[in-house]
Design a protein around this ligand. Structure first.
Ligand SMILES: Cc1cc2nc3c(=O)[nH]c(=O)nc-3n(C[C@H](O)[C@H](O)[C@H](O)COP(=O)(O)OP(=O)(O)OC[C@H]3O[C@@H](n4cnc5c(N)ncnc54)[C@H](O)[C@@H]3O)c2cc1C
Length: 392
């Protein structure tokens, strides 16, 4: 039996989820992108089914999925709506950070409600002037009489327009980045929706401004100084894992759309699929799908067994898969011709969302820097040798 096998129960629940995506998510997804928002009744239904807590342990009220099952779940969701996956991703980035770095009080206060989606969470690191160079953010948090006062601005924050809780990374005097759990009603906090985006149009992206925003001392997550190295890095690792799997869902969506379209569309008296240049594009898509899935599964396995290289493997998976998803979506639009540019097919949405996947959770260039560092320190070669030894 493959080490990647799911239990019968997990397979059945994944099949149910696939049906749910086919019936509820996929048919409405283009419309949500057009309206630049996902209706509340859909988000509430998604939460009521327990999906917002899919990866939160059962002990805290979540579904307690393991890494593989959660990855496959993300892939199915992305096929239906990458925007909804990105909402789930940031909600979980904050939840995972609390799970890993929160005090018992913080866990008790937030996790049960995050699991049920009763409260919604966002993750705010990027600023108008600082993105890739994230440890040098300029938002400041100053301790003052039993509170912290935050000043600054965050940009491109997914789900912020509907979030009740935002994990904010801000500089702490003399100690460096710190992480704060900021509630929506905190005085001095304002959120402005961002419209007209290329992709992730329904991901409720916004700008978050802190103007003498006052939060209690119980909002500090982990020690000041560890806000980037520990809290944000942990959250971003989770984010990259989700994007890696999400990309496999996008590629599969492209394969499925092209399978159907090339069967029914005829040119030069024959179905499109009988033209060899079309077959070549479909073959490339299928090859990318297999490669991307293998990388995502390897990342899942390494996370499950807590291998030290799991962070690197999620980074490689995210890097490869977001590029592969864009390749697949580009060809899928090409195969659909003019129809590929219109609102009646999913491929234009995949194309726009795949491009964004190359930028979020650390751009492709940031992943390349991280991966090449592993090569130059010799870690990659050592890992490959160890694997060859294990296989023998
Ligand atoms: C739809 C969407 C949703 C997002 N959601 C969130 C969110 O929820 N929370 C959040 O905190 N952020 C979010 N982001 C922000 C995202 O993480 C950043 O856009 C990303 O990290 C890149 O930062 P930047 O846009 O400032 O680009 P920059 O850092 O300015 O980089 C611009 C370009 O230069 C390249 N570059 C930068 N430095 C180097 C270097 N040293 N070597 C080579 N190339 C380099 C980059 O790869 C990029 O191509 C979101 C962005 C988008 C578009």
């Amino acid at each position: 039996m493959s080490i990647f096998s799911l239990s019968e129960e997990d397979s059945a629940s994944l099949k149910n989820f696939r049906d749910y995506v086919d019936e509820v998510i996929f048919p409405c997804s283009n419309e949500w992108e057009e309206n630049e928002s996902i209706p509340d009744d859909i988000l509430n239904d998604f939460a009521d089914r327990g999906f917002m807590g899919a990866f939160i342990p059962k002990a805290w009220g979540g579904m307690g999925m393991n890494n593989l099952r959660f990855g496959l779940f993300c892939a199915e969701l992305a096929r239906g709506s990458v925007s909804l996956l990105s909402i789930l991703t940031v909600h979980n980035m904050t939840s995972q950070a609390i799970l890993r770095w929160g005090t018992e009080e913080q866990k008790k206060r937030w996790l049960p409600r995050l699991s049920k989606g009763v409260i919604r969470a966002a993750f705010a690191l990027t600023e108008p002037e600082i993105g890739s160079d994230a440890s040098n953010i300029t938002t400041r948090a100053v301790p003052q009489g039993g509170t912290y006062i935050l000043n600054g601005a965050k940009k491109w924050i997914s789900f912020s327009t509907k979030a009740d809780l935002i994990l904010v990374i801000a500089q702490y005097p003399e100690k460096g980045p710190a992480a704060f759990l900021v509630e929506r009603q905190a005085p001095g906090l304002s959120i402005t929706p961002m419209k007209g985006l290329l992709g992730f149009r329904a991901a409720e992206v916004g700008e978050v401004t802190f103007n003498d925003c006052k939060v209690g001392t119980d909002s500090l997550l982990a020690n000041p100084g560890g806000g980037f190295t520990y809290v944000a890095s942990h959250a971003l690792d989770h984010g990259r894992y989700c994007v890696g799997w999400g990309g496999t869902g996008v590629i599969r969506g492209c394969v499925e759309a092209c399978t159907e379209y090339t069967r029914t569309r005829h040119q030069f008296g024959r179905a499109l699929r009988s033209h060899q240049l079309i077959q070549a594009m479909v073959a490339d898509m299928a090859t990318d799908l297999e490669a991307a899935t293998s990388l995502a599964m390897r990342a899942a396995d390494s996370r499950e067994t807590m291998e030290p290289e799991s962070i690197m493997l999620s980074s490689i998976s995210k890097y490869f898969t977001s590029k592969a998803a864009l390749r697949a979506a580009t060809d899928a639009v090409q195969i659909h011709g003019g129809n590929g540019c219109g609102p009646d097919y999913p491929v234009q949405r995949y194309y726009r969302d795949a491009k964004v996947c190359e930028i979020i959770e650390g751009s492709s260039q940031m992943q390349q820097l991280m991966i090449s560092r592993e090569v130059f320190t010799g870690a990659l070669v050592r890992r490959q040798r160890r694997r060859q030894r294990d296989v023998r």
